[in-house]
Design a protein around this ligand. Sequence first.
Ligand code: C2O
Ligand code: CU
Length: 513
Amino acid sequence: MNWTRRDLIKVGTSAAISQVLWLPGTIGCNSDKPLPKLQPSKLPLPEKFRVELPRLPVLKAFSTEGNEDRYALRATAANAKIIPGHDTTIWGYNGMFPGPTIEARRGRRVVLAIDNNLPVPIVNHLHGGRTPPSSDGYPTDLILPKQGWPSGHMHDRMASIAKGTREYVYPNDQRAATLWYHDHRMDFTGPQLWRGLAGFYILRDDEEARLPLPSGDAEIVLMICDRSFDADGSFLYPSTDASLARNPGVHHDYMGGVLGDVMLVNGAPWPRLQVANTRYRLRILNASNARNLELTLEPEPKEGPVLLQIGSDGGLLERAVAHRTLPVAPAERFDIIVDFSQYEIGDRITLKNKQVGDSAADIMRFEVVRQEKDDRSIPEKLSDFDRLDPHDAVATRLFDFSYGGMGQVWTINGKPFDPERMDARPKLGSTEVWKLRSDVRHPLHLHLAHFQVLSHAGRPRVSEAGWKDTISMFAGQTASILVKFEGYRGRYVFHCHNLEHEDMAMMGNFEVI
Ligand code: C2O
Ligand code: CU
């Protein structure tokens, strides 16, 4: 397919377009909709559980004066050893995939300077961050390549274009949580993340630090994502234009999302980690473009199948919630405790994805190799948590996420993304009810505003407790979320985090006024 942004905008503003809103009878009718599709690798898949889980390096601030930590990252191409015996060219922050982890402290500002040494524009977004609009990584607020970029070809008069480098300011005036930073270039986020532009951003605070949770070596970040590889070891992704310079999009078969057949954790294929027979805290991120996970341990722990969730997208829950299997959609984060004292020394435990039966069903392996004393505990009450009250909502809005509209793209209320169209104007400090409806599976994400799930095909799922910034919608579902617009006035996006849906126009704008 070969649409351009200009075509879409023409369609989007055409007077003929009618809003597709809550038409009864269309729920669940998804037979003609594109679904995520596997891009098979062209090399023999590596053996599982051979390489060690990479522990991700923490980025060092180059200045920590006053109340501010300053960091610098350079987006650049680099050579990585991902598949044994092969080289893979990645696009990474400081040449690494995943990028270095940024550790931030609530109340201390982070200033992050990003240089663009790649051949295409980039944008940086702190996912889950409550960030002023100028630093939020609006999809047209590009950082152009250092080496230059032809001018023109922009469809957003409000875009703020930086040449070669940009400084992002993150106030960190929010609860401790597992956040992540990643590319957000309009139309090209899918292929640019696939090549490696993503990293963790761990925000800590005093409330969390007071809890006796597993820490140090027993606190582990896990960035889980699927990828596919060409015969020569390079990443394989079905872009229409492999240079990512001009024409966005993927080959039509992949409109529904791109799946890979190699599961990477922290950038390594099906890695293994040796652990003690104690409790571990795992901060899990599904950084896949389009793959949904349903995590489970095999074998299950002796005393009951437990993945103990202590936190979600927006930080600690009020109380821990136990899961037998844990669904994790693209962009969602789950903070969980796994108690390896439930196993014997010598046991090997596989973290699995129950959603599939192919190579991607295995994710990584834990090997219990040593005896250790465990003086940690998981307190009954984890954090102070303000439950939002639906009676405080000052507005209700409806958003329908579906394939089609006037062109064959992904739309919100029948319209493809247009940076210059405002879809909602919530008031700063207010709470609103957003009613969401999805035709196929869509992990829906709001920038800036965190929310609580009020109802989701009936009651919220157990995994939807706490503050969220991404909600995993299944085919034909409706949900109501209570959104609190706190922080800053200005223009932000909300979108589907299936990155192929996002790139192919399933994005909208809201302006906090
Ligand atoms: Cu994780 Cu708009 O992004
Ligand atoms: Cu979607």
